[in-house]
Design a protein. Structure first.
Length: 245
C-alpha cells in the first residue's frame, strides 16, 4: 500500500496540493485522454464493428447523433481535464488570471458537452431508465455550472465554490461510471458458468449506472460543501419570521 501511495505523495509535494486532489487530477486527465483517444482511431461505424466502448450504441443512429456523440466526448473530455485545476489553491491564489481562463474554458465545455449529452440520452441503450438518469444529470450539469458562473459574476465566492463543487461532481461521473462498471462486472464473475454471455454481464452492470455514476458524487460534494461552511442546497424557501410592527 505504501508503494502505491508514494507516487501520489511525491506529486502532491511537488505540486503543493493534497494527495486526494492529485488522485482527482490524475484520474480525470487519464480517463479524459482515454475516453477521447479511443474514439479517434476510426469512424464510429469502424469502431462499432470492433465493439469499442459506446460506438455500437450510437453508430447506427444517423449522422446527427454521430456528430453529437463526438461533440460530447470532446467537450466532456475538455471539461474533465480542466475541472480539477479549478480547485488547486496555488493556481487560484497566485495566478487568478489562469484560474479565470480555466474556469471560462470549463463553463463553455460543460454547456456544450451537457447539451450533447441530453440529446444522446434520447437514444441510449437502456431505454426510458437511461433517458431519465442520463438526461437528468445532463440538465443538472449545465444548471449547476451556470449557477456557479452567475455566483462569481456577482462576487459571491462561497456560493461560486459550492456550485462548482457540485458541477465537477457531475463531471467526474465520467470517472466513477467506469469504476462502478468494473466493480459491477467483477462481482458477477464468481457466479458465471461455462456458457455465460459477457454481453449479459455487461448489460447487468451497466443498468444502474445512469444513477449510480453521479448521485453518490453529488451527495459527497454536498456533504463536503457543508463541512467547509459553504452555502448548502435548499429545496424550499427559508422561513422568515415577520417582525413585530
Amino acid at each position: 500500500m505504501s508503494k502505491i501511495r508514494r507516487p501520489f505523495q511525491v506529486l502532491s509535494a511537488l505540486a503543493g496540493i493534497r494527495p486526494g486532489r492529485v488522485w482527482i487530477v490524475v484520474s480525470s486527465v487519464g480517463v479524459a485522454g482515454y475516453f477521447v483517444g479511443q474514439y479517434m482511431t476510426g469512424t464510429l461505424q469502424q469502431l462499432a464493428s470492433d465493439h469499442v466502448g459506446l460506438a455500437p450504441t450510437y453508430a447506427s443512429k444517423g449522422i446527427l447523433i454521430e456528430v453529437v456523440f463526438y461533440v460530447h466526448i470532446i467537450f466532456g473530455g475538455i471539461a474533465l481535464t480542466l475541472g480539477p485545476f479549478q480547485f488547486i489553491d496555488r493556481i487560484r491564489r497566485n495566478h487568478p488570471a489562469v484560474h479565470r481562463m480555466i474556469g471560462r474554458g470549463y463553463v463553455i465545455s460543460v454547456l456544450v458537452g451537457s447539451s450533447a449529452a441530453l440529446i444522446m440520452s434520447t437514444v441510449n441503450s437502456i431505454g426510458i431508465s437511461g433517458f431519465i438518469g442520463f438526461g437528468t444529470v445532463a440538465v443538472l450539469w449545465a444548471v449547476f455550472t451556470v449557477m456557479g458562473y452567475r455566483a462569481i459574476r456577482r462576487r459571491d465566492i462561497d456560493s461560486h465554490r459550492a456550485w462548482m463543487m457540485r458541477s465537477f461532481a457531475l463531471t467526474y461521473a465520467a470517472v466513477t461510471l467506469r469504476l462502478w462498471l468494473g466493480v459491477l462486472i467483477g462481482v458477477q464473475i464468481p457466479f458465471l458458468g461455462a456458457n455465460s454471455d459477457f454481453s449479459t454481464v455487461f448489460a447487468n452492470a451497466y443498468a444502474p449506472l445512469p444513477y449510480l455514476a453521479w448521485i453518490p458524487n453529488l451527495i459527497f460534494a454536498e456533504l463536503l460543501a457543508r463541512r467547509r461552511g459553504l452555502p448548502a442546497l435548499r429545496f424550499s424557501r427559508p422561513t422568515v419570521e415577520a417582525s413585530a410592527t
